[in-house]
Design a protein around this ligand. Structure first.
Ligand code: PRP
Ligand code: URA
Length: 211
């Protein structure tokens, strides 16, 4: 697991903007896209690359790297949309899958209902699941299982803020996934929101609250 805020001041600056209650929706969306780009770049060593020969304007050949196979990007609607957009700007050739999940809160905690799924029938390569908030981890657990059922050989998770307890839950259920996040926050409140967190990532990123 990598916590990019522990490695890069730039990640902490993105978090400053995203956490700030005064950040308006278009600005929030912009910084979420930037977080997506950062996650794409920082997780690039997890992807498969091949050496490719290139001739420079000096007529000299050298070798660089090209993606061997683009990963399948899976966004969890709706908060992940700007994050997915930023990630896919870095790998425009990557196919995009979408799922939507609803958190149902009750006295025992959070249950998750997957109510929309637009994924390929089979995907055996690398898959990247993108969701900015990893709170209880119940949503991500469902989505990772769904992606694994496609045949994915390797699953990477790109998140912006993960709670300590959500991370432990995911790592206990899926010890094989690689998790990239900008921050790990200490707790959840009684509505299972991350504290200090950044509020409702879907409402803030999309500019509307569902009824
Ligand atoms: O770790 P969990 O406890 O499962 O919570 C995380 C989920 O909550 C958020 O979505 P939300 O339910 O707010 O939906 P939205 O994106 O449509 O606003 C977030 O984008 C995750 O999908
Ligand atoms: O803190 C949280 C938890 C779930 N969903 C959000 O948007 N924020």
């Amino acid at each position: 697991m990598r916590v990019l805020g522990d490695e890069l001041p730039y990640a902490r600056w993105l978090l400053l903007k995203l956490r700030d209650r005064r950040t308006d929706s278009p600005t929030f969306r912009y910084y979420m896209r930037e977080a997506g780009r950062l996650l794409a770049i920082m997780s690039s060593a997890e992807l498969e690359w091949t050496k490719e020969s290139v001739t420079t304007p000096l007529g000299v050949q050298t070798e660089e790297l090209n993606l061997a196979a683009p990963p399948l990007l899976v966004g969890v609607l709706g908060a992940a949309l700007p994050l997915l957009e930023g990630f896919s700007e870095v790998y425009p050739q990557a196919p995009v899958g979408l799922v939507a999940a609803r958190r149902l809160e009750d006295r025992d905690g959070v249950k998750v209902e997957l109510y929309y799924r637009r994924l390929p029938r089979v995907h055996e390569g690398v898959a990247v699941v993108l969701d900015p908030m990893l709170a209880t981890g119940r949503t991500l657990d469902r989505v990772i299982s769904e992606v694994k059922s496609l045949g994915s050989g390797k699953v990477i998770v790109g998140s912006v803020i993960a709670s300590k307890q959500g991370l432990s839950f995911i790592l206990s259920r899926h010890p094989d996934v690689s998790i990239y996040t900008l921050a790990v926050d200490p707790e959840l409140n009684t509505s299972f929101f991350i504290v200090p967190g950044l509020g409702d990532a879907g409402d803030r990123g999309l500019g509307v609250s569902p009824p």
